[in-house]
Write a protein that binds this ligand. Sequence first.
Ligand code: SAH
Ligand code: SF4
Length: 348
Amino acid sequence: MKDAPQKVDLKNLSLSELEDFISSFGKERYRSIQILRWLYQKGIHSIDEMTNLSKKFRQDLNEISFISTLHPLHVQQAKDGTKKILFQLEDGNRIESVLIPDKKRLTLCLSTQVGCALGCRFCLTGKMGWKRDLTVSEILNQILAARETLADQTSITNVVLMGMGEPLANYNNTIKAIELMTNPDALKFSSRRITLSTVGLLPELEQLAKEKISFRLAVSLNASDEETRSYLMPINCRYPLKKVLEACRNFPLRPRTRITFEYVLVEGVNDSDQDAKRLLRILRGIPSKVNLIPLNEAPGIPFKRPSEEKIKRFQEILMEGGLTAIKRASKGTEISAACGQLQGRWPC
Ligand code: SAH
Ligand code: SF4
């Protein structure tokens, strides 16, 4: 006996895929816009709730498709208001998202993979290794489920793809998900409010430069010379700093936008005056801003965070050299929700 064909998860379809899917029922294309609004704006959980579609059409849809959801397994809140949400996926794997309130903003930090293959030495997600890529719906459902944990008046203002995983290593699903995040009939985020953080996988970065969609780009540099970067981030042996910077220099930025370079400060490894001066030098000519992230320490990570004095000095050297350098506040450290602390495990 043949297996029954698998039902289509509607949230895995881009707008054009949804249009093709709908036309296979002989339905008008505008129906796909109605479906997007139900899925992402109203956040419904069942096809039967799409009341502006005929009953027959809903029955037909139900036969071959469904609406997936993610349910938080645990939500933990830190004193500073940061919320870490643990999700269990259909196959039992676990991922985390983090909601970070800051003045008028509420930023959701999303995961794009279960684990990560790139093994940066300072990152707990890297220590887990790569388990699998997230589907488009698993990426988007983190936003929808996080939204449901909020009181009525608040809403997510910004999305950063900086949770578990390397977004460009899950290229197609990440791009499709960003398309739906910015689609005015779906999640309707302004592209200025979406930031993708990457180590700079070169083929994907070049491909990205050709895409029509836009968002803010953040590149994790973490060192200003090849040797230190290769030590901290093994991927640098394959895609060296020099080439990553060249790709950044050629990246088609919209007017008045800059690339954010992330720099995790690690005591005694990349935090010297010389490192700061070299960073200034290598970023010359690239419209850039630097986010300094003092290392979040964790058991199993063999490094320390530099002293406040050292961090301040590093920042001053960059600023005196004319670079915008912001020290990123570590939010939610006591619940292990800060950068590099996500590993899909929950303390009992
Ligand atoms: N894989 C992507 C996105 C996820 S990591 C990337 O590496 O850019 C998001 C950010 O967290 C990166 O800038 C990374 O350098 C930083 N990070 C990882 N581990 C950290 C740690 N222990 N302390 C502080 N920042 C860390
Ligand atoms: Fe992967 Fe980013 Fe962590 Fe490196 S820092 S291991 S690329 S998640």
